[in-house]
Every structure is written in C-alpha cells, then in structure tokens.
Design a binder for this molecule. Structure first.
Ligand SMILES: Cc1cc2nc3c(=O)[nH]c(=O)nc-3n(C[C@H](O)[C@H](O)[C@H](O)COP(=O)(O)OP(=O)(O)OC[C@H]3O[C@@H](n4cnc5c(N)ncnc54)[C@H](O)[C@@H]3O)c2cc1C
Length: 395
C-alpha cells in the first residue's frame, strides 16, 4: 500500500474520521470520501462512555475532546409518571476512579471539528467533500469507487463507514435496510437561559417513555431528545400533526416532561432502528465499520463509541497483517462482532425498560432500585473498560 494507492474510506462521520487518523498513524495514506457538500456534523449533543477515550488517546485527540466536553455528576433515570428518581449512575469521582476516564457530554460539531482538525494536520489524510459514492468495483488487486457526479477513485482497500443506510453494505452484503422499530426521535438544542422546565440542568436525565436531556458547552446550551412511538397519521414535515401525536403519546406523562416537550423543535424527526447482528462485515478488499456494520438503538448511547472503537481496531489489524487484508479483516471481525452485537442487544433490552408500563415497569424499577453503586459499575464494566484486541488472527 502506498500514497499512490491509499486506503479509501466512504463516509466522513465519527467512525470514518477515526479510521482515517488511526490508519495514518501507521504511515499509510488514506482518502476519505464524504457525500455531503462539506465535512461536518448535525448540531446536537452526544454522550460518550469512558471506553471511547482508550481510542481517542491513541489517535492523539483525547485532551482536545475533553477541553470541549462536560462531565455530568450523574446519569439519572426518572419515572415518567411521578417524576421520581428510579436509579442513578454516579459519574463523578468514584466513576472516574473505577473507569480511569470520565463520562462526557459534548456538542457533535465540536467533536467533529477536533477530528477534522487532526485529519487536516496529517499529510497522509486527504479529505474529499461532495463525493457521494454510488458504488465500487473490487478488481482483486485494488478497488475503485465511483461517485454520483462521474468521478472515480482507486485504492488498495475500501472501508465503508457510510452510516445506517450504507450503500457500501447494500452492494457488499445485499441484506436489506435497517429495521425500523416504530419509534421516532426529535432533537432540539436551546440556550440554557430559555429552559422553562423545572429540571436539574447539570446531569444527564433519562425519563422513562422517553426523553433525554443534558447541558452542552459548559452549561450554556441544553440538549433535548424526545422519542415516541409513531402513529400512522402524520405526513412528513406536518408539525401540527407531530404535535398532536406527541400530546397523545405523552398524555399521562409528568408535567415536567410536558414542559420539556413544549420546548421541542418539531421541524424534523428521525426514524429509529437497528439491525440484527451479523457475523461478517467484509468481502474481498471491502470492509464495513460503525453504523454501516452494526447500527444500534441509542439507549446505551454507544453507537458512535462503537464506530470509533471499530476505526482504531480495523487500522491496527490492517497494519499488523502486512498486506494480508483477508487476515486483517477476519481478525477485526473476531475482535468486534460479539462486543458490538452485545451493544445492539442490550440497547434493545434497555429500550424496553424505558418504554415499559404496568407491572413490567414495577419489576424493572425494583431491580434497578436494588442495585448498589458497585453493582452498577460491575454491570457496565464489560463496556466501559474498553476492548482488548485479540493477539491471534483466527478464522
Ligand atoms: C437520537 C440519537 C442519539 C444518539 N446518541 C448517541 C450517543 O449519545 N452516544 C453514541 O455513542 N451514539 C449515539 N447515537 C448513535 C450515533 O449517532 C451513530 O452510531 C454514529 O453517528 C455512527 O457513526 P458512523 O461514522 O458509523 O456513521 P455516520 O455518523 O452516519 O456517518 C456516515 C457518514 O457517511 C456519509 N455518507 C453516507 N452515504 C455516503 C455515500 N454514499 N458516499 C459518501 N458519503 C456517504 C454521511 O454523510 C456521513 O457523514 C445516537 C443516534 C441517534 C439517532
């Protein structure tokens, strides 16, 4: 592999940019093709578990991310009907002592800019915006991708980091689209001064049913995500119908939740979904990572964390395999499939907990209330301790 024949990455999201930096660390040239007119992120918040810092430190951006982030004192789960705390994950000093790194909340734009700046400073990384990839050809000894506007790019390998509706996956695996779970999400950011709801503002709050909120940019902004089961009535973009659906879905909710809903921007809603886990994410010279490989529900707040872990793991596997890309991709899958599948499956379980009612809700709440801090940390250890790359390139 060489600068003439770089590794190609389709998609300049968090997974694609991490992979670019991680590949370049090994002295290999890489070209990132992004379909949007410019590289960037949608303007909402994101939560990161401490596991992601094992990667961010390795690619040299951990401190820059921390500078832009906040670390909440706790993640609280709150009952949607009575407004009482169900359980809390303390994310202050004891969490930091146990997991080495903090739990953070950060504006996606700030995070993206840290990664983009690092890419722009690295002469081995080429960023190509406005390059919507329409397909690829694997020639056996190299791979070519074509863009919608008629350009083509050659590379040694192709990494499909093109998100939930990945065209790379469609061509590679032809296994259909993601599974919609019937829910939709609205996301909103407002200045902290405009927050009218009587809520604790410095924490991450997860209301059952569900609404998530937390502060951003050192307490100057307030991020809200509201999720509810879609009814068949609303046409896309019909804000009045969205409002009516929301009011119906949350009719029994606590008044504080209703005050949060009143602050939502209903201009755009996003369908929620995931995929059943699959064992193989590669064929020939083409491989997938992040949401293209294993999209998950957002209930564990780990989709982007997994994309970022994938990026480093894949780059390390490619570098260690001395040109044997088959061995590299097998080793990458072996290291990542079970961990990412567990995120997908546990996220579905937590989703059901958030949306439970009646006696199920009471059972879940009792289980959660019985947990000590030590129990909670133990439950999260498999995830937040990060992942170890297997030393064997097994099948
Ligand atoms: C409401 C919500 C809340 C979430 N909260 C969290 C959270 O708190 N923590 C967390 O870790 N995760 C969270 N996630 C999940 C997270 O956003 C995703 O898992 C993550 O963005 C996946 O990164 P990616 O790089 O794989 O894909 P993406 O971020 O989707 O990036 C894909 C990129 O590829 C580009 N692209 C697509 N097709 C093409 C093409 N044909 N040619 C060229 N470029 C293309 C896109 O423009 C995009 O830039 C949340 C998701 C949702 C919906």
């Amino acid at each position: 592999m060489s600068a003439e024949r770089p590794i190609l990455i389709v998609g300049g999201g968090l997974g694609g940019l991490t992979a670019a930096l991680a590949v370049a660390r090994h002295g290999q040239a890489v070209r990132v093709l992004e379909g949007a007119p410019s590289f960037g992120a949608i303007g909402y918040g994101i939560q990161f578990g401490p596991n992601v810092f094992h990667v961010l430190d390795r690619i040299g951006v951990g401190d820059a991310v921390l500078e832009k982030a906040d670390s909440p004192p706790a993640v609280l789960m709150i009952d949607a009907l009575n407004g009482k705390e169900v359980t809390r994950v303390p994310t202050g000093a004891s969490f930091r002592a146990r997991f080495k790194y903090p739990y953070i909340i950060i504006h996606r734009i700030d995070l993206h800019n840290v990664l983009l700046d690092a890419c722009r400073r690295n002469p081995l990384v080429t960023l190509v915006a406005d390059a919507m990839v329409s397909g690829f050809t694997d020639h056996g000894d190299q791979v070519t991708v074509a863009t919608e506007d008629g350009r083509s790019f050659e590379g040694a390998l192709l990494i499909g980091a093109d998100g939930t509706r990945s065209r790379t996956r469609e061509q590679l695996l032809a296994d259909g689209g993601p599974l919609a779970n019937g829910f939709v999400a609205f996301r909103t950011i407002v200045p902290m001064g405009d927050v009218t709801a009587q809520v604790q503002r410095d924490i991450v709050a997860l209301w059952g049913f569900h609404i998530v909120h937390y502060p951003l940019r050192h307490g100057t902004l307030f991020n809200i995500v509201a999720v509810f089961r879609r009814s068949a009535r609303s046409e896309r973009g019909d804000v009045a119908a969205y409002r009516a659906e929301l009011e119906e879905a949350y009719r029994d909710a606590h008044p504080t939740m209703k005050a949060l809903l009143a602050m939502l921007d209903l201009g755009r809603r996003q369908a929620v979904g995931d995929r059943d886990p699959v064992r193989h994410w590669h064929k020939g010279r083409v491989v997938l990572l992040g949401d293209a490989a294993h999209p998950t529900l957002q209930s564990l707040a780990q989709g982007a964390c997994m994309a970022i872990e994938d990026g480093l793991c894949l780059a390390d596997c490619i570098a260690a395999a001395n040109g044997d890309h088959e061995a590299a991709f097998r080793r990458y899958e072996n290291a990542r499939v079970v961990r990412t599948a567990r995120v997908t499956l546990e996220s579905r379980y937590i989703w059901d907990v958030y949306h439970s009612d009646g006696i199920n809700r009471e059972v879940y709440w009792q289980i959660l209330a019985e947990r000590t801090e030590a129990d909670t940390f133990q439950c999260l250890a498999w995830l937040y301790d990060g992942f170890a790359l297997s030393t064997e390139a097994t099948r």
